[in-house]
Design a protein around this ligand. Structure first.
Ligand SMILES: [Mn+2]
Length: 316
C-alpha cells in the first residue's frame, strides 16, 4: 500500500486506538506518542495502549503517562499498530486489536507479516521514520513535541545513529527532527547515559568478575542473586551490560549469565559477526538473531558455566 493510499484511509477515521508492542522500546513508544499527537492535531480522537507497563526511563517524555494497558470502555473507528512485526507482539491485547476490522499496521521490520487490513511497511532503521513520512503525508505540522517523540525512536533503534542499520535517509530524518526542535543530546543522555546508582554498583560488580576463555575469544560476565541483594538493583537494570565484555578486542562472543532464581539462569549471547549466536542459543532451547540471542538454563552455577564455555568453544 502506498503512503498516499494509507494516509487517505487514516484521514477518513474519526477516532483511533494506537497499539505499541509488548516489552516496549523507544521506537514503539515514540511512534505511538507522535502519531497520537499528530492525529489529535487533525481533530481525530486518539489514545495509545501497550500490553506492558512502560519502563521508568521513558517517563520524562511527553505522552508516556497516557498509555492504557487494558481494553478501554470505548469503541474506536480504527486500530493502528506501530513497530509491531507480528501479531504475537500484542500479547494479551491481540484479540482487542483484531476486534476492529479497520486495522492499520505501520512498521519497519522486514519480517512483518502484514496482519492488518492496511499495511504500511517500509524497511527503515526505525518505525519513527515511517511515522514521520506518514505525518507529513497527512499534512501534520511537526511540532517540537512530535519531533522529540520521533527522534526518541530513531535514537533508540539506531544506538544514537551508531548501528549498522543507519542509512543516509536515517540521518536526513534525524536532521529534520532536530530542525523541528528535538533535543538530540538530551534524548541520548536519557536513553543511554542516565542510570540509577544501583545499576552503576551492579555493573561494577559484574565487570570485576569478567572472565575470558578460548584465548580471549569468549568473554563472560556473571550476575548472581547476591549481587542484586548487595546493590539493591533489579534484573531489568542489566540491559546493556553485555556490550562491555563484547568490547574486548579479542572477544568474538560475549555471554552474560544472570541468576534469576534458585538454579535458574537467564543467558544472553552477543557476537561481533563471525559466530551465529542464534545457533548457540538454540542448542539450549532459546533463540533470537545472528548477533544477539538468549536462552534459559537450569542447574548448578558451575555446571551452567562449564556447559556454556564448552558449547561456545565448538563455534569459535
Ligand atoms: Mn523499531
Amino acid at each position: 500500500m502506498t503512503i498516499t493510499e494509507f494516509s487517505r484511509e487514516i484521514r477518513g477515521v474519526s477516532s483511533a486506538l494506537i497499539f505499541s508492542h509488548n516489552r516496549p522500546d523507544g521506537d514503539t513508544i515514540g511512534s505511538a506518542m507522535a502519531l497520537k499527537k499528530g492525529l489529535l492535531s487533525l481533530g481525530i480522537e486518539a489514545d495509545t495502549i501497550c500490553p506492558s507497563k512502560l519502563p521508568e526511563k521513558y517517563s520524562s517524555f511527553s505522552g508516556a503517562a497516557g498509555f492504557l494497558s487494558e481494553a478501554p470502555n470505548k469503541v474506536y473507528d480504527a486500530h493502528i499498530a506501530v513497530d509491531c512485526s507480528t501479531e504475537q507482539m500484542f500479547a494479551h491485547l491481540s484479540a482487542l486489536f483484531f476486534s476492529n476490522k479497520n486495522s492499520f499496521n505501520i512498521d519497519h521490520h522486514v519480517s512483518n507479516t502484514r496482519y492488518a487490513k492496511h499495511n504500511f511497511v517500509v524497511p527503515t532503521a526505525s518505525c519513527c521514520e515511517n511515522v514521520l513520512e506518514l505525518l507529513k503525508a497527512l499534512g501534520v505540522e511537526i511540532t517540537p513535541e512530535i519531533a522529540e517523540s520521533l527522534l526518541l525512536g530513531v535514537v533508540t533503534d539506531t544506538g544514537c545513529f551508531g548501528h549498522k542499520n543507519v542509512t543516509a535517509e536515517t540521518l536526513v530524518a534525524g536532521s529534520e527532527l532536530v530542525r523541528a526542535g528535538a533535543d538530540l543530546n538530551s534524548i541520548n543522555y536519557r536513553m543511554f547515559k542516565a542510570q540509577p546508582i544501583e545499576r552503576a554498583r551492579l555493573f561494577a560488580r559484574a565487570i570485576s568478575g569478567l572472565k575470558t576463555y578460548h584465548d580471549g575469544k569468549l568473554a563472560m560476565i556473571f550476575i548472581r542473586q547476591e549481587d542484586f541483594k548487595a546493590t539493591g538493583a533489579t534484573q531489568d537494570m542489566t540491559e546493556g551490560f553485555i556490550d562491555y565484555p563484547l568490547s574486548i578486542s579479542t572477544a568474538e562472543v560475549a555471554v552474560s549469565v544472570m541468576e534469576t532464581g534458585d538454579k535458574h539462569f537467564k543467558i544472553s549471547y552477543r557476537s561481533k559477526g563471525k559466530v551465529n549466536v542464534n545457533e548457540i542459543a538454540a542448542t539450549f532451547g532459546g533463540g533470537g538473531h545472528v548477533l544477539a540471542s538468549g536462552s534459559m538454563l537450569s542447574g548448578y552455577f558451575e555446571d551452567v558455566v562449564d556447559k556454556l564455555v564448552f558449547t561456545v568453544g565448538n563455534y569459535l
